[in-house]
Ligand binder design. Structure first.
Ligand code: IMP
Length: 434
């Protein structure tokens, strides 16, 4: 059933890689527009159709549905070279998007200098474990008003602006790192932007008008709240607002555009890169989850750190973004594990119970998880499409997540393919799936 005028945001609630790509692809079929509003090619949204997976980094995950119009808002930072590679991969699968794509002329470009600076910092400064894609420097240059927007390429100032960035980055990375000349960078960018010219425009105006026409809009979050620069585990975060605020700044639409927020979480927790992770399992159970869940980064191939579901983090993320329902992903990865832990709260080294997330990296280091254990299930959940077919232990586990977060379960995923999973009977998402 089509829901023409309701607008939905799909946001990650953990440290990214929750499986947003699958859910966005699934629900895109019911929406006219799918919009990316923050992040860049640090994101890796995997969509699996008929057993074949396709990884999208910057192209919105609605790409696979030919009726979906795709929008890249001004809050996104764009690597044009990678963007073309993505378009090519889609083309090889018979998917053309250029006739249904609008990219904001205000979106900032990721220059090769930013990648050099990102990697330099990872080598010579405290490691964040970034994806090495130049994301931090891109947002940093944007904030310092040195950044290059797509629209800038057409102006006479383009070369001098790129030269300013070149000089600044060169000062930091030193003469030993060879940087491309500003002239070469501009020439590359110009040749990459030329085939996209007809897709560049004012996405704020487009989206506002689409909203006024009551066209449905699906907002696709990248990364997740615990990586949000304001609301995550700073400094071990990305450089954008991945929770609800980023949607409004990254599109130029007001809060009342949104009808519902679907928060996505795995049935356990993973994180890539450095930083706090209280529920981490640095043992054979963590390894088992990594192997069964194929927990290796879509963007960088790095092994993901794995651990129990952390409902302190989930509660925080649900509160920050006003989440209306939870999408619980990869339930089947827990098949056969017994018992299964849920982190309910944290405690300080002195034994004081903490029910919300700490602030500084130092505070994070000084807490421990309080874990409660649930009976596992032996019957596989893989591919189950009905609440009543879930083993009773899995139902109890899912119900415990809803109870701890105070947020109802809106969707459950039991495998990578589009068909693996279901909308539970009571869920407000009933009827949103085509
Ligand atoms: P950056 O976004 O490349 O600067 O990386 C900063 C932190 O965010 C690192 O810990 C990355 O591993 C993490 N990160 C960035 N994008 C993603 C993502 O899409 N999934 C999971 N982690 C991410």
């Amino acid at each position: 059933m089509d829901k023409p005028s309701e607008n939905l945001a799909i946001l990650g609630l953990q440290w990214g890689d929750e499986g947003k790509g699958k859910v966005i692809d699934l629900f895109s079929a019911s929406f006219k527009n799918v919009v990316r509003f923050q992040g860049g090619n640090n994101a890796g949204h995997t969509v699996v159709v008929n057993g074949k997976s396709i990884a999208l980094h910057q192209v919105p995950s609605g790409a696979l549905h030919s009726e979906c119009f795709l929008v890249i808002g001004s809050g996104v930072v764009l690597n044009l070279e990678v963007f073309h590679q993505e378009l090519e991969r889609l083309r090889m699968r018979g998917i053309e998007v250029l006739d249904r794509l609008l990219i904001s002329s205000n979106a900032h470009l990721i220059l090769p200098y930013y990648i050099a600076l990102d990697n330099w910092r990872e080598n010579y400064s405290d490691r964040i474990g970034t994806t090495g894609r130049g994301i931090g420097p891109a947002y940093e240059m944007k904030a310092s008003r040195q950044g290059i927007r797509i629209g800038d390429l057409d102006t006479p100032k383009a070369l001098s602006r790129i030269s300013n960035v070149y000089k600044e980055v060169q000062l930091i990375v030193g003469k030993d790192t060879t940087l491309l000349s500003p002239e070469d960078v501009l020439q590359n960018l110009n040749s990459l932007i030329t085939p996209l010219k007809k897709c560049i425009g004012n996405t704020q105006v487009y989206l506002h008008e689409a909203w006024q026409r009551q066209e449905s809009i699906l907002f696709e979050g990248a990364q997740a709240t615990m990586l949000d620069i304001d609301h995550g585990t700073y400094p071990f975060v990305t450089s954008s607002n991945c929770s609800i605020g980023g949607l409004f700044t990254g599109t130029g639409l007001p809060p009342k555009v949104l009808d519902k927020v679907l928060g996505i979480a795995k049935a356990y927790t993973t994180r890539v890169g450095a930083g706090p992770f209280p529920s981490e399992l640095d043992d054979s159970i963590g390894e088992q989850i990594r192997q069964i869940g194929h927990e290796f980064g879509t963007t960088t191939g790095r092994p993901r750190r794995c651990g129990w579901l952390d409902t302190v983090a989930l509660r925080h993320s649900c509160n920050v973004s006003g989440v209306d329902g939870l999408g619980i992903m990869k339930l089947d990865v827990l098949d056969g594990l017994n018992p299964i832990g849920i982190v309910k709260d944290y405690k300080t080294k002195e034994g004081n119970r903490i029910t919300s997330i700490p602030s500084t990296a130092y505070d994070w280091e000084n807490i421990e998880p309080i874990t409660e254990y649930y009976e596992g299930w032996s019957t596989p959940t893989k591919g189950i499409t009905n609440w009543n077919d879930l083993p009773v232990q899995a139902q109890r586990y899912i119900n415990a997540i809803a109870k701890e977060t105070g947020v109802p379960i809106a969707y459950i995923s039991t495998g990578p393919d589009r068909g693996d999973g279901f909308v539970p009977p009571e869920s407000w998402l009933q009827g949103w799936l085509k």
